[in-house]
Design a protein around this ligand. Sequence first.
Ligand code: 5GP
Length: 140
Amino acid sequence: MTEPTLFTKIIRGDIPSSAVAQGSTWYAFLDINPLRPGHTLVVPKEEARRIAELSTESRRDLMDGVVEVQRRLSIEFNTTDFSVNLNDGPLAGQEVPHVHFHVIPRTDGNSSNPMWRMTPHQSEPDFEALAALSQKLQLH
Ligand code: 5GP
């Protein structure tokens, strides 16, 4: 048997995460090292490295997950604008081999700054801040 991915362990609750929302086929949680405040990952519960390997149901539902996360983040961060990014395979910069959308609220007006040029919000995870934001987002 192959080792479950990091995100499968998070989905199963074997590794803690700061939840944002979930559906029957997807789970959304805060990125441990946010590029901007509110940086959220939306992942299918089905384990696959690339979107083409996902079942049709998981692939379709995943975009509903992105929109639900945007709805919650838009309330918290008072914005309608987001960077939504998916690195589809290792040559595209994918580090965790499990499909995931990055959803990042954009409030700074710096639209010419693509995701791969952003610098991390901070280097050490701030677990207290992530837990507090998670609590708020789950109520929206
Ligand atoms: P990728 O480079 O594969 O597109 O993105 C992987 C993302 O997963 C990175 O933004 C990274 O900060 C995030 N990440 C890595 N390990 C963990 C973890 O244990 N928990 C959470 N919440 N995010 C993680």
